[in-house]
Design a protein around this ligand. Sequence first.
Ligand code: CMC
Length: 431
Amino acid sequence: MAETGKTAKLSFGDKELELPIHSPTVGPDVIDIRKLYAQGDVFTYDPGFTSTAACDSTITFIDGDKGELLHRGYPIDQLAEKSHFLEVCYLLLYGELPSASELEDFESRVTNHTMLHEQMVYFYRGFRRDAHPMAIMTGVVGAMSAFYHDSTDVSDPWQREVASIRLIAKMPTIAAWAYKFSIGQPFVYPRNDLDYASNFLRMCFAVPAEEYEVNPILARAMDRIFTLHADHEQNASTSTVRLASSSGANPFACIAAGIACLWGPAHGGANQACLEMLREIGTPDRIPEFIARAKDKNDPFRLMGFGHRVYKNFDPRAKVMKQSADEVLDLLGIENNPTLQVAKELEKMALEDPYFAEKKLYPNVDFYSGIILDAMGFPTSMFTPIFALARTVGWISQWKEMIADPQMKIGRPRQLYVGETRRDYVDVEDR
Ligand code: CMC
């Protein structure tokens, strides 16, 4: 972080404090309050972290007003169009685009780790068949620390590297097997002659009884969905991974914590909730009813796939996703998809509505992704596992950055205590 020489003056009661200001390479300055409690005997209060920078990071930058998302400086729309998921993984993990030989080496390292320990098959079998795949993924990823003991020592950079590659490599197998288990089909083992996205599609949709040819259009669309979800700065699940790992917990436990956080409908679970909402709306004539419900303060309903904590403009990922939805449905020969029609009409009507305009609520990444995944043949319950699979590289990159940071400390927020003050215990017969 750059020292600016600038300071912020804070006065309260009889105290006057001078707090250093640091400048990022891009984005708003930050006031360094680390000494505030020691010098001023006060805490800051920021539930939901709306104004708090919790770390230094060089990985991802979001300009929410402009609707810009950069990974290591590269705009997401350029990466989605010109790059591919494993190259983006390399960029996120190591900071630069790889040379051809670096990429080849990285791809071969990932490919060599795609299989799961065979004992894990029994672990899957312990779940109910109707378990949500996110429940299975949380359990299986957490359980990896019981299978891969040689990559759990976070103080060893080599073990951290091995754990990173293992997680990125095995996540498609873990997610695909969660799906296979839920539909009662045999697990399909990874094939290392296929690219990352094709291999995932095959593990999800192939059966031993017949040949399965990966459709290259779907593989490209799948890869783009992975790319668009790869990282997103200090969002709730990434912050969960950072907080969990600040205690020194092993990487598999920390990523399992990230998956658990992602599952919620305000975060990664929104893609499932959004498609379910679009289906419930069903036809464009019912849209006004749902918009009215979303605006009604007494109704907890929200437009899923709309709004974002950081973006106060179009989510750049949603723009690419919308274009991708059109392309994929067109290439698959799916005409007049009613859900896509409802989505487009809903987007148009919401954007014209003063409520959404004033609150700067725009479609986010989850608004169109479900339509593509549905067209590919995924059930809604697999939407969030696919998000988790793709976000794993972001979690891992942020985790590695944090562990290597000399400023790293255990995360320990404080609170504004509003409970009872000290009082004496009352025996049960006297209460
Ligand atoms: N529909 C209707 N009203 C909304 C919506 C929505 N989707 N989102 C926000 N608002 C309103 C909200 O009621 C509030 O109004 P008021 O100021 O009158 O109280 C105002 O807009 C600000 O909302 P907030 O809840 O304070 O904003 P937040 O930054 O805490 O929440 C959010 C962000 C994404 C949780 C929220 O917009 C939301 O619940 N959206 C729907 C769920 C969704 O699509 N989530 C995916 C997010 S992107 C991918 C990811 O992170 O995984």
